[in-house]
Design a protein around this ligand. Sequence first.
Ligand SMILES: C[S@@+](CC[C@H](N)C(=O)[O-])C[C@H]1O[C@@H](n2cnc3c(N)ncnc32)[C@H](O)[C@@H]1O
Length: 213
Amino acid sequence: MTLRTKDLFREPAAGPHPAAELFGRNKGPNNWTSGEPYSPTLKTEVINKNPRLMEYLRQKLNQKILVDLGCGGEQSRAAVLDIAAQVGLRAVVFVDDRFVERDQEIQTPDRTVILLERDMLELATMLHPNKFCFLLSGMDSDISPNRGYNSVLAEEIYRATQTGGIVITYQQDVFGGDIVDCLSRCLHPVDASALMNDPDKVVNQMARMFEKS
Ligand SMILES: C[S@@+](CC[C@H](N)C(=O)[O-])C[C@H]1O[C@@H](n2cnc3c(N)ncnc32)[C@H](O)[C@@H]1O
């Protein structure tokens, strides 16, 4: 069945979300105006070089809806669309408050692609519960430094993640980082060492997976 943008959202609440004052308030010194995209490296250096990880992602993401929070520009989104084709996603929802120019819904023969120009926390609060998987690539602590924002974001991601679904992070804060830390408090970190050919390689350590049981 075709996914429409309206299918992503729950009924609007009567009043503002309790954390509404945080929306749009998570800007660090690195606003990533011209930085290297991360998700192409996630695809070429991590997913494509680790067949067991690819198999795990196929099992977890086939026919699922992946929400890419802080998706970045065309180069980053193209890499995620390649991953979507490799794992058989039903839909990809790209969210960015800078690098998405306007809301769009694109129906292709293989999947739905939705683009939303929105603050990621605001968007996460609008999503249906228990329906999605998530990607947060390149949301390092210098880009997303607000602990209050990140912990509400992690709770909203948890709420919206499908039971049995996964959250993937990929960032340079190899030994943690604020978002990774907040997600670890509500979701189960996956032991990725069994999925990687060389778990000690830094580029592999940058990728973390979380499951909602
Ligand atoms: C380092 S880039 C990563 C881009 C892409 N995910 C990748 O891996 O190549 C960080 C992205 O997050 C976006 N971003 C930062 N804070 C955001 C927020 N609060 N809501 C939505 N997007 C945000 C930025 O505009 C930027 O596109």
